[in-house]
Design a protein around this ligand. Structure first.
Ligand code: NAD
Length: 382
């Protein structure tokens, strides 16, 4: 089977659902169906040229025209939608976080294990070519033993007390917000590069706006609210920012800063690795470039698509050097990896690079350990 023979259905078409649809179409995958709330579904279907529109996701997962279900709805629906799609015999690509708590994610892991289908969690940062290259360099020992890692994931779209999104409500987004929403991207990426998992955490979480103003009417992710709207105050229970200490299973120690109230940082993920031979660092604001630090001699940089970058990640980069690949391309490359596995009959060629249900479950387990650490002011094992 070839990738373009597979047919996708997408649940949730707010901010990230259309990113999935665009990336799938760039791979030649047919997007045959979508599902959203009754007040949105038909209009979005018309705009995106998708004829099969469902206002109930259960109809989409049962559709005979869908092989792979993409779940891009708010977090609280991920658990039931993942289980329903697996039950209907579909492959699944679920957005992160995998579900609201480890009770739900453990059920998904069991169901995915019992299914012959592929289940992927959409940790797309893994698919920046620079991240794939860093992973290769660590595997080859080019940096030596990784002594410690450092980094951040910073945004500013919730900077004002009038900035609003469903993520601010624990019943919609979960009991952790900034850490679950973007911190888990960093932790998943670091674990992927290191080939090790986070085993213990020490957390310090902060809330900037204890009371926020909720606009009357729904607001889409990353949209700016208009001054003319009227608001209702509400208490905030989830963190705007966090500082985390992490211990990985291979002994690497890391510190991570996460914020959704860092003015001027729109969507900045940064990762630095300090090895016994040399250092390496990367930032999504300059996605095609890897930097290396040397104790003696000059520091170096390598650009994607040039010999300095190496041939290993070539299947996950489509454009020549200097033609920058970024956020939307990571979705295309993740889906190339997942759909390649499916097309090959579930065995896949080469390594499985995408995050599994087990990986998604582990990220939610880390989040629960971080909450316990915040409450007990102590190190907590994951
Ligand atoms: N991987 C990434 O980089 C990335 C980026 C952004 C969001 N996400 C994840 O994607 C998910 C969606 O986030 P978003 O920012 O697109 O949110 P959003 O609010 O912009 O969009 C959510 C969409 O889901 C729809 N929806 C709500 N309930 C539904 C239901 N019961 N059935 C079908 N559709 C329903 C909404 O109407 C809306 O169109 C979240 O889990 C988020 O964590 C991942």
């Amino acid at each position: 089977m070839q990738i373009p023979e597979l047919r996708a259905g997408v649940i949730g078409t707010g901010f990230i659902g259309p990113v999935h649809i665009e990336a799938l179409r760039r791979l030649g995958v047919q997007v045959t169906a979508l599902s959203d709330l009754p007040e949105r579904a038909a209009a979005v279907g018309g705009r995106l040229g998708i004829a099969e529109v469902h206002d109930d996701y259960r109809a989409l997962v049962r559709s005979p025209n869908v092989d792979v279900v993409h779940i891009a709805s708010p977090n609280r629906f991920h658990g039931e939608m993942s289980l329903a799609a697996l039950h209907a015999g579909k492959h699944v690509v679920c957005e992160k976080p995998l579900a609201m708590n480890t009770r739900e994610t453990a059920r998904i892991v069991r169901s995915a294990r019992a299914s012959p289908r592929i289940f992927a969690v959409n940790y797309n940062v893994r698919f920046y070519p620079a991240v794939l290259q860093l992973r290769r360099l660590v595997q080859r020992g080019d940096l030596g033993d990784i002594l410690h890692a450092q980094g951040s994931y910073l945004q500013d779209w919730l900077f004002k007390d009038t900035d609003y999104n469903w993520r601010l409500l624990p019943q919609e987004g979960g009991r952790l917000r900034a850490v679950a929403d973007i911190g888990t991207h960093w932790m998943d990426t670091a674990a992927f590069i290191l080939g090790a998992s986070v085993q213990a955490v020490f957390a310090d979480l902060g809330i900037h706006h204890r009371t926020r103003q909720r606009p009357l009417g729904e607001v889409e992710t990353f949209s700016r609210t208009k001054a003319a709207l009227s608001y209702a105050p509400y208490r905030v229970k989830t963190e705007d920012y966090a500082h985390l200490l992490l211990r990985f299973s291979n002994g690497t120690r890391a510190s991570l800063a996460v914020s959704q109230v860092a003015a001027g940082r729109k969507n900045c993920i940064r990762l630095e690795l300090y090895g016994s031979k040399k250092s390496a660092w990367w930032c999504s604001e300059e996605p095609d470039v890897l930097h290396f630090g040397n104790r003696d001699g000059a520091n170096e940089s390598a650009m994607r698509g040039t010999p300095a970058f190496g041939p290993d990640v070539a299947p996950y980069a489509d454009y020549p050097a200097g033609h920058v690949e970024g956020f939307p391309d990571t979705f295309k490359m993740l889906f190339r990896s997942v759909y390649g596995f499916i097309a090959a009959g579930g065995n896949g060629k080469g390594e499985r690079l995408f995050a599994t249900a087990q990986d998604g479950h582990h990220e939610v387990a880390i989040c629960e350990a971080i909450l316990r650490s915040q409450q007990t002011r102590a190190w907590v094992q994951v």
